[in-house]
Write a protein that binds this ligand. Structure first.
Ligand code: ZN
Length: 168
């Protein structure tokens, strides 16, 4: 009797331990999942932040390169090559190209994002297709040369010359 009365609580205790173990295992799984969930969110946030920082760094690099080219053009008259690309100038926030006619010295500003050229085209390649129409007579429009890059339009919009028209 004594042994039996001892066995019963033992069995109950074992059952309770078993149930307890199951609960602990379940809780363990849940807390492991929530830990992974937290790590996953953390990793995603870090990836996004790193991408944003990389994009910002690329913009700063593009701007610095476009600025250096612009200073070289305006301050030293070139050389125009090598130059940043249309895309780099736009990405760097210097999306306007100022040009001057070789004959009449009229100046105009050209919005780089309106040029139908691939964005990886170096800016210097545009020069040969730009012509002044202010002083052009008939088909022979005098060439222009590039002055500098600007953030905004600073002078006349570039309506009198269009680089794409020659290609058509
Ligand atoms: Zn001209």
């Amino acid at each position: 009797m004594v042994a039996a009365s001892r066995r019963k609580p033992l069995a109950l205790a074992a059952l309770r331990n078993l149930a307890c173990g199951a609960v602990i295992a379940f809780m363990g799984l849940r807390s492991r999942h929530s830990a992974f969930h937290g790590r996953l969110i953390g990793a995603k946030i870090r990836a996004q932040t790193a991408r944003e920082q990389a994009a910002k760094a690329a913009r700063e690099a593009d701007r610095a390169e476009a600025e250096a080219w612009s200073i070289r053009m305006e301050g030293f008259g070139g050389p125009a090559q090598p130059s940043p690309t249309i895309g780099q100038c736009i990405n760097g926030g210097l999306g306007w190209l100022e040009v001057e006619c070789n004959r009449c010295n009229s100046r105009a500003s050209l919005p780089l994002d309106a040029i139908r050229r691939p964005h990886d085209t170096p800016v210097w390649k545009l020069e040969s297709s730009l012509k002044c129409r202010t002083c052009s007579n008939g088909r022979h429009a005098p060439p222009v040369h590039m002055i500098k890059l600007t953030e905004k339009r600073e002078i006349t919009p570039y309506v009198w010359v269009h680089p794409d028209e020659e290609d058509r």
